[in-house]
Design a protein around this ligand. Sequence first.
Ligand code: PHE
Length: 460
Amino acid sequence: MEQANSKGQWGSKFGFLMAAVGSAVGLGNLWGFPYKMGKSGGFAFLLIYLILVVLVGVVIMLAELALGRKTGKGVIYAYRSVSKKYTWVGWLGWLSPLLILGFYCMLGGYCIKYSVANIGDLFHASWGIGDADPAKYFGAFTSNMGQTCLFTLIFTILTIIIVNGGVSGGIEKFTTVAMPALFFMLLIVIIRSCTMPGAGAGLSFVFKPNFEVFKGTGWISVLATAGGQMFFSLSLGMGIMVTYGSYLKKDDNLEQSALLIPFFDTLIAVMAAMATMPATFASGLDPAAGPGMLFITLQTVFNAMGAVGPIFGFLFYFLVFIAAITSSISLLEAVGSTILDMKEGSGITRTKATLIAGIVVLIEGLFISCDGLGANGFPQIFGQGCWLDSFDLVSEGIMMPLGSLVCAIIFGWLKKGYVEEEVKLSSEFKMKGFFDFCMKFIVPIAMVLVLLGQLDGFFG
Ligand code: PHE
């Protein structure tokens, strides 16, 4: 098969699927989904989320993969190939991963720290968590600049090393092993969580219909939270899937991928809720505890498990670390791939492009780490409590829905037939009617609502 893209190509269909699912499944699923669900009424959030995935996620996914494969370029040049007028949408899609990567690497670093600390507990070592109160331990760690910077550094370097290995040699090889392993580790934690006495209440919270939170205008805020979460979780609206699509062969079935990636991503998010909520309820903890849930609530649960606690603790945080790194490599690849496009013909190597992007990200990650999640007394902006939240709000809350809104206008209205033409190279376009309708009407309306909901939080 001829090499469609000089920057690299996937070795197999399964490899691509694992890399794309690896990008999608990450902290968004294991950290964001359960805590946002906890704050937004459990089942009600799940329902809105599922509707959005089907009506918005699948169609934007298809459009992005098609755009990438057709142009063979990273996001800026891909939009530019459609028309020079759209280059700015590409820039938006290029800046989002840059904004996200800094805090992503910091959180990935937290996962390494917690994996190590749980191993420490296994050996009753002084570097374990020991008898410390999980909330105090978390606060002490996150506000310790030296420690957080060190772990952010380690995580960022690991990301750079894998991306430098190339598309099929680095990213694909790593994710093909990591994703199935992650699935099985998650199953083990779910079994433990669901067999704790009192776990049933957690499962009811997730699966039993309850629409309390929709009262008044509550539904808009649930929609905005679920919408932002969906973009983040599916790695949409920011050029990742455009970039990964650009390494696809012309006979790879786009439609199938656009269904399978959201399916697996949503499955893992729901599994993460099943791993988290039953244990939270069984331990009498607050499901609406917020972002600290992953590190405070769950560590409390592991502490209460006695001798086997550190084993489950290590397994869980290591799992989250694997999920995080398969996503961070896609973010770095998207940034680096566009640098390669920009310098095409100049003889720039993948290593150099990856290093340039990696160093920018590292500086950003160290900067956000110093804030200590708002505990270190630095000034805050946009009414947010910490720098992480500000970066998250601008990227996940505003730039991604905005990018997708414009993407829907371009491929639903202005360049009709663009996606269809590309999809038909490899298969029939079975969902054409559904795609056209959602792209034209549903996505734009949903995106405007999501943006309004986010802006309300932004100014409110
Ligand atoms: N989708 C990943 C997650 O859920 C994060 C991510 C966002 C990765 C954007 C790539 C691009 O954690």
